[in-house]
Design a binder for this molecule. Sequence first.
Ligand SMILES: Cc1ncc(COP(=O)(O)O)c(C=O)c1O
Length: 428
Amino acid sequence: MKKHSLSQLGARAEDSPISWLMKAALDRPQLISLAAGFTDNTTLPLKITQEIFNRILGSSSKGRPALQYGTTQGDLTLRRLTARRLYSLDFPETSPENPPVSSYSAGNIVITNGSQQFLYLLSEALYDPGDLILVEDPTYFVFLGIAKSLGMQCRGIRMQSDGIDIKHLEEQLEGLRDSGGIRRLKMVYLVSYFQNPTGRTTALDKKKQALDLIRKYESHAGHPIFLLEDAAYRELRFSGVPVASILSLDPHQERVIYTGTYSKPFATGVRVGFGVVPDSLLSTILRIKANHDFGSPHLLQKLMGEVLSGPHYESHLLTIRRRYLRKSRAMISAMKKFFPESYHWETPEGGLNAWVVLPRKRRTGLKSRIFKEALNQNVLYVPGSLCYAEDSSRLKPNHEMRVSFGSASEPDIREGIRRLGRVFSELG
Ligand SMILES: Cc1ncc(COP(=O)(O)O)c(C=O)c1O
């Protein structure tokens, strides 16, 4: 007799480090968490949200529909505003009412419970156990959890400071073509703006080269291979220059999928995200979403629609960008002061994370002395090894860490980094 009655998926699903990291931060108030993916607390848009809720609920013509179920695909006004915003981010010099190309059509947008739900819906739509996807090495570790539970295999593509190493992508595709493995390849996944975990942004030229390569090798797969751009941190740019999305490279939107979120730029507690999907996948995603929840909370979509249609969104973005710039500077200057010279990091231009590379012999994983001693000293980071796919073609690096400047205050960021510095010097 089996010990449990779980489905294969249930048995494959592992404890997600994200749940543990977030709970640790909430359970131990004395802990300085440079790990949890929370956003800045003090700038959460309390007043704007209250004002808009009052406006919506103060009128029966707005309030009643908002408190009713919506549609599976999501509120049309919010989808239109999202399409227009994406278009104006990609083509800032023009801002038409209805963007002229299908990549930016409200009809191709699905509103989801955060972009996380979109990642899950898409995975359910595309993958069978044993299917393969190519991910950045390292990548967003919660996505790796989805992949694992659905029985997908992930292969890592090496990262450079401006995104994936295109040569390595081509080598992987060539190898898969030669081995026949390409028939299981469904997607390439890029977290292209201020990546979680490394903070790096993928250059537009690399997005284009990746798309060209996918098109080149696709005939060997016998089915479409998609390029998924996860732009969760796109709106959190506080320096550097803007980069257009992959939507701008595929105007008829056949092979690109894009996901974004209002969690990070507005409020994580509101948790409204979206996906932009090609026609060929749209009805499947909607059928699966109908099975999940037949539509995300309508009130929250109405809230986001109101936020986007007025001046609040832009003004809020200005506030939080300034804030994250200050916090990232506080973190970098503390690292310069307290970390050994042989440790490396890049200065983030946006997002919530910095990535620290230690000398190879220093271990940072959950079982390492550094991690345990950091926890003893009440400071938490994300071990870099959690962010690497199970890929037998290389050894999993275990000497890096993600430190987030999102939620901790500036004094706590300095203190957290000081404590980490102390751990490093105590453990020699
Ligand atoms: C890269 C990336 N994608 C997607 C998400 C999901 O965010 P949400 O579901 O709040 O939109 C996150 C959250 O941290 C993330 O880091």
